[in-house]
Design a protein around this ligand. Structure first.
Ligand SMILES: [Zn+2]
Length: 407
């Protein structure tokens, strides 16, 4: 019995050993398989990260190129960005002119003129060209992605999956482009072709004409004083109102209109990252502000048919979004307008002399002036300098018109 017992015990020990060895082998195989699998996945990730980085670099380079091409426009953008920052600072801290601005030199003003003129004379041809350019640049991006994918195909076996995923992203880009082209502006009576042309050719007047334009209002602290001066001087102007301000001060919009001025549209938020998140956001801000203007006026038939892009209609980091938005506006016959003359009232001109100096230098030698000014809450200097601005321009032989005179 005992021998059997021992034998039996030894047999079972051997079996136990065999079982352990098999188990250990299975574990070793499993661990090896897992680590191989992990290695493959890691390689895949590194590979797709590399591709992403490559694609990003290419895109950034393209952007840089576009920005370099548009150096002059960038100045307008920068100035306006400074404007916004300044406005925001002043609004939150209750003090104006907290920023030092070194862009008062004549040369920079001249650059502004040129760039503003270039971007605002944005007649159909220029727009189409820039739209085409942006399309070809996005094609270029796609091609680059494809190239980098195929180059990694040579090195890795796992790239087939990632290349199909990059194809997917190409398709997504195409879908996005298509959907933004399908965006429509809510407008019942768009501009006629003649009106569109008249607004597009605003800078080619033979007569000396000045269009005073006020952005970012209406505000209770500045707009009433501006309206008083305009009434006293019998001058009609254009207000590019901001949706948020219309919401706060509807009665001032009503007064502007009642006194014969044109209410144009400057979008809702003035926050670049929001309005230029994509082209349909820009259009949505236009629509929203138009509705608020109608509510303020108590007139559902009023339509602001001219839009001014916050920061200007071209250049800067959002140039391609702006180009798309301009295309949509044009398709729906809503005009957009920049400026070719400015007082720098929002970008550092903090004395009457500085305002007048900027006005004189940026109006020099031009028949048609679209003058950028602001009636945001902290622009009291703009209001108090307006009589001097009007009298200087009258002295130079200019007559005053609102944009409505071109419609
Ligand atoms: Zn603005």
């Amino acid at each position: 019995m005992s021998i059997y017992g021992i034998e039996y015990g030894e047999n079972s020990k051997n079996k136990f050993k065999k079982k352990n060895v098999i188990l250990i082998i299975i574990i070793i195989i499993a661990v090896t398989a897992l680590s191989i699998l992990g290695g493959i996945m890691l390689a895949k990730k590194v590979n797709s990260d590399k591709e992403l980085a490559k694609a990003n670099i290419e895109q950034n380079e393209n952007k840089q190129e576009a920005q370099n091409d548009n150096e002059a426009n960038k100045i307008v953008e920068t100035n306006s960005q400074t404007n916004t920052e300044q406005t925001n600072t002043a609004q939150t801290q209750g003090q104006s002119n907290t920023q030092t601005n070194t862009q008062q030199s004549t040369s920079s003003s001249n650059k502004n003129e040129t760039s503003a003129q270039q971007s605002s004379s944005s007649s159909s041809n220029k727009n189409e060209t820039s739209a085409q350019q942006s399309t070809s640049s996005s094609n270029k991006n796609q091609t680059t992605t494809q190239q980098s994918t195929s180059s990694s195909n040579k090195n890795q076996t796992t790239t087939q999956q990632s290349s199909s995923s990059s194809n997917k992203s190409q398709t997504t880009t195409q879908q996005q482009t298509q959907s933004s082209e399908q965006v429509k502006v809510t407008i019942k009576s768009p501009l006629s072709q003649t009106q569109w042309d008249a607004l597009s050719n605003i800078y080619s007047s033979k007569q000396k004409v000045a269009y005073l334009t006020f952005d970012d209002g209406p505000s209770t602290t500045v707009t009433p004083q501006i309206l008083d001066t305009l009434k006293k001087e019998n001058v009609k102007a254009t207000f590019f109102v901001l949706g948020t301000m219309v919401k706060s001060n509807p009665s001032l919009v009503k007064r502007e209109r009642a006194e014969g001025h044109y209410i144009a549209n400057h979008g809702y938020s003035h926050v670049y990252s929001k309005i230029y998140a994509n082209a349909s956001n820009a259009i949505a801000e236009y629509d929203k502000t138009n509705k608020l203007i109608q509510q303020a006026l108590g007139d559902s038939t009023y339509e602001a048919k001219v839009f001014r892009f916050p920061g200007g209609s071209s250049g800067g980091p959002y140039d391609s979004i702006k180009t798309k938005a301009k295309k949509i506006l044009k398709q729906n016959r809503v005009a957009y307008l920049d400026w070719n003359c400015l007082t720098n009232d929002a970008a550092g001109a903090n004395t009457k002399d500085a305002i007048m100096k900027n006005l004189k230098s940026t109006s020099k030698g031009k028949n048609s002036l679209v003058i950028l000014m602001h009636d945001a809450p902290n622009k009291k200097l703009t209001a108090s300098t307006l009589p001097d601005v009007i009298s200087y321009l009258r002295g130079q032989g200019y007559i005053f018109r609102s944009l409505e005179d071109l419609m």
